[in-house]
Design a protein around this ligand. Structure first.
Ligand code: SF4
Ligand code: SF4
Length: 259
């Protein structure tokens, strides 16, 4: 089983990226005042410094928003948008910085998913069951199953050979929408079709993190799948974690079969 990465890894790498941008600002600032520079060069460097300073400011507000939200378990409203933009903009930089430091990409993504889930929970978003979408990957389906559940999830016969049947039982109990996706294109199609106000998504670290970034600003709670047979084949998911994520979005009165 993979070691659980710290939830602090992602904010720490965002902080590291911020430091890199600040160093870049300082270096460019220094270049402006090198005596041999022509006026044209100085103007270009001024422009570069202003641009980098804006990027640094964005990263700093995103970092601050993230740390405050995680510490207080409550959204810091004015910093919510900068946090979202900073995460989206800096995600590739954070992965590159992590790779440079020898940190596994999956660990960074896991930490990001954990941080994202805490930021989403802090927003305390509540939606009605029909406004909630459960998106799961096709790798959850038993590889020998002949039923076309990606066309219509209702084609599942609930034979018990994979988690899909039990997820459908949850769907029946709570009344949310559900889609089985083969990739980003189908997942986006389900989002357009159901127009959810909140999403619970199951996938591996890579698909989950890109899905969370893609569907921004719709709040997504991510549950990482279990892959006892390796990637993309007969995967599984913790029903308790999926149900917990669903409960986070449904108001108590909408949890029809609770208890
Ligand atoms: S539970 Fe549904 S999807 Fe899974 S193997 Fe049975 S019929 Fe197929
Ligand atoms: S393991 Fe990941 S990439 Fe492979 S099918 Fe499942 S969600 Fe998609």
């Amino acid at each position: 089983m993979a070691m659980k990465p710290s939830k602090f890894l992602f904010p720490a790498l965002l902080g590291g990226s911020l430091l890199l941008v600040v160093l870049l600002v300082a270096a460019t600032w220094y270049l402006i005042f090198v005596p041999a520079r022509t006026l044209a060069h100085r103007i270009i460097f001024w422009f570069a410094v202003s641009l980098l300073a804006c990027v640094a400011l964005l990263a700093a507000s995103g970092f601050l928003g993230m740390v405050l939200t995680l510490a207080a378990a409550r959204t810091c409203e004015p910093l919510q948008a900068p946090t979202r933009v900073a995460i989206n903009t800096f995600f590739p930089v954070i992965l590159a910085l992590g790779r440079l430091l020898g940190i596994s990409t999956d660990n960074i993504r896991r930490s990001f998913i954990e941080v994202n889930n805490q930021l989403v929970r802090a927003r305390r978003v509540k939606v009605l069951p029909h406004e909630l979408l459960l998106l799961v990957p096709h790798c959850l389906q038993c590889s020998e199953c002949p039923h076309k559940i990606t066309v219509h999830v209702g084609n599942c016969r609930r034979c018990g050979r994979c988690a899909i049947g039990e997820l459908l039982a949850l769907k029946d109990r709570y009344g949310f929408n559900m889609g089985v996706a083969t990739g980003g294109t189908l997942a986006r199609k389900y989002v357009r079709m159901f127009r959810p106000r909140a999403i619970v998504a199951v996938a591996c670290e890579r698909d989950l993190s890109s899905g969370i970034l893609d569907t921004n600003p719709i709040p997504v709670l991510g549950v990482v799948n279990e892959r006892p047979h390796g990637p993309c084949f007969n995967t599984n998911v913790s029903l308790a974690q999926v149900e917990g994520a669903i409960f986070s979005f449904l108001p108590v009165g909408a949890r029809r079969a609770e208890g």
